[in-house]
Write a protein that binds this ligand. Structure first.
Ligand code: URA
Length: 271
C-alpha cells in the first residue's frame, strides 16, 4: 500500500519535473485509442504540430503508473535475487530499465574494500567517473580522498558507491524515476556489504537513504540509524565534497563529521 502511494508520488513528481505541471481535464484521455473520424464538414487533413511542440508534448507524456510500478518491481526482484556483490554488479550491468544506462559510457558500481566497515554513498557519477567506471575519481573525488586520509583511511579501508549507477546527462540531478529504479539495487548493495557505519555525502544520498526531504544543513553532523532489511547501521550525513569545493568554510563542519565517524568506528571492535 505504502509502495503504491510512494510510486504514485514519484510518478507525480516526475511529471512535474518533465513540465506537466497543470491538469487540463478531469477525465484521463486514452491517447492510444484510434482517433475519431474527421467530421464530414471538415475534410482537410489534420495539421501536424511543429517539431518543438511535438517535443514538448512528448517530454510531458508520463509513463503509465503501472509501467513504473512494474519496472521498480522488476528492479527489486533482480536486486533481491543477487547473493554477492559480483552478482549485483553483473545484474546492474544488464539492467536496461533505467534510461540513464543508454546515455552513460560505463556502469559506475563501487570502489574500495567492502569489508572495511565504512561505506560511503555519494550522489551520481560525473564525467570522469563515467569515463573510468569508478566513483569519485574527479575533482570532488580528490577532495574526498584527502578527507578520508585525514581520518586514516583510503580506498583499501573504505567502500565507496553512489545512489545512482550511471551518469545523468550533463550532471543534472537524478529524476525521481531514476532514483526509484536504482534504489532497490542500492538497498541490496547496503544489505550485502553490511557496513559498520554509513557515511552519506550530500543531499541526494541523505535524502534517498534516510527517506527525507530535509536540507543537508539540518541533517549533517547528526547520527541516524539505517534499519532496512533487519540492519541497524549508524549513519552520518555530511556535505558533498563538490559543495565543499565551492564553500570552503563548510569544510570545518565536514571535518568534524568525518572525525565523528572515525571515533565511532574506533569504538567498535574489529574495524
Ligand atoms: N559525485 C558523486 O556524488 N559521485 C561520484 O562518483 C562523483 C561525483
Amino acid at each position: 500500500m505504502t509502495d503504491d502511494r510512494d510510486l504514485a508520488l514519484a510518478l507525480l513528481r516526475w511529471q512535474v519535473e518533465m513540465g506537466a505541471d497543470e491538469a487540463i481535464g478531469d477525465v484521463s484521455v486514452n491517447r492510444l485509442a484510434a482517433p475519431p473520424p474527421p467530421p464530414a464538414a471538415l475534410p482537410e487533413a489534420p495539421r501536424q504540430p511543429s517539431a518543438p511542440a511535438r517535443g514538448a508534448a512528448q517530454a510531458s507524456q508520463a509513463l503509465p503508473l503501472e509501467a513504473v510500478q512494474e519496472s521498480v518491481s522488476t528492479a527489486r526482484r533482480i536486486a533481491q535475487g543477487c547473493t554477492s556483490l559480483d552478482e549485483l554488479r553483473e545484474a546492474l550491468s544488464s539492467f536496461d530499465l533505467c534510461p540513464l544506462r543508454a546515455t552513460a559510457t560505463n556502469l559506475v558500481f563501487a570502489d574500495g574494500n567492502p569489508d572495511a566497515g565504512l561505506m560511503l554513498i555519494g550522489e551520481a557519477p560525473g564525467a570522469d567517473e563515467d569515463r573510468q567506471g569508478l566513483p569519485f575519481v574527479g575533482a570532488s573525488g580528490k577532495l574526498l580522498d584527502r578527507m578520508l586520509a585525514a581520518i586514516g583511511r583510503d580506498r583499501t579501508t573504505a567502500y565507496i558507491t553512489n545512489t545512482i549507477f550511471w551518469r545523468p546527462p550533463g550532471n543534472r540531478t537524478p529524476t525521481q524515476l531514476e532514483s526509484a529504479l536504482c534504489m532497490p539495487f542500492l538497498e541490496r548493495h547496503i544489505e550485502l556489504v553490511r557496513p559498520k557505519v554509513l557515511l552519506l555525502v550530500g543531499k541526494q544520498a541523505a535524502g534517498v537513504v534516510l527517506e527525507t526531504a530535509d536540507a543537508i544543513t539540518r541533517l549533517r553532523g547528526k547520527w541516524k540509524t539505517y534499519t532496512k532489511s533487519g540492519l541497524d547501521v549508524p549513519v552520518m550525513p555530511t556535505y558533498h565534497p563538490a559543495y565543499l569545493l565551492r564553500h570552503a568554510p563548510a569544510k570545518r563542519e565536514a571535518w568534524r563529521d568525518f572525525l565523528d565517524v572515525k571515533n565511532r568506528l574506533a569504538s567498535m571492535s574489529g574495524v
